[in-house]
Design a protein around this ligand. Structure first.
Ligand code: TYD
Length: 139
């Protein structure tokens, strides 16, 4: 996979009669202490979101309803990850460019984050991202 990304398989407690439950625990199934949770929904199918990277932030994305495709990339490498199950998490660490696309009408994308919201941690310009990321991944 793309550097600083990986799939996290989450375990559901499932019951034929009563349905399923997934528990997320910081420093356990989620590989960091969770400081922030947010969710994205109501995105038209022809719209995209993201188009940024983070300097430090770590996140796990889980599509708890519907489906969405996450395009993750680093300089010279790109991969599309389909999130279509509440038991599939995508970990995205620092310095990974991400674009979310192809939201289904019922998509709810849950995001767990390692830090409080901080606009200064964003890299929103793709050109400056490429310059910074090339240095970062050369380390
Ligand atoms: P942004 O991260 O750019 O969304 P996306 O990458 O999904 O397109 O955030 C969109 C707006 O929401 C932006 O004005 C910042 C604000 N925001 C918060 O106030 N707190 C948060 O935790 C997040 C993630 C965003």
């Amino acid at each position: 996979m793309i550097s600083n990304t990986r799939i996290i398989d989450l375990t559901a407690c499932s019951d034929d009669k009563f349905g399923s439950l997934v528990a997320l625990e910081g420093d356990k199934s989620i590989p960091f202490q969770v400081r922030r949770v947010y969710y994205i929904y109501g995105v038209p199918g022809d719209e995209t979101r993201g188009h940024h990277s983070h300097n430090e932030l770590e996140q796990v994305l889980i599509c708890v309803s519907g489906s969405v495709t996450i395009v993750v990339s680093t300089p010279g490498a790109e991969e599309e990850v389909l999130l279509d199950s509440p038991t599939k998490g995508l970990y995205i660490g620092p310095m990974v460019w991400r674009v979310m696309k192809d939201f289904s009408h019922d998509a709810v994308l849950l995001v767990l984050a390692s830090e409080y919201f901080d606009e200064k941690d964003y890299i929103r310009g793709h050109d400056s991202y490429i310059v910074k990321a090339k240095k970062y991944f050369q380390k």
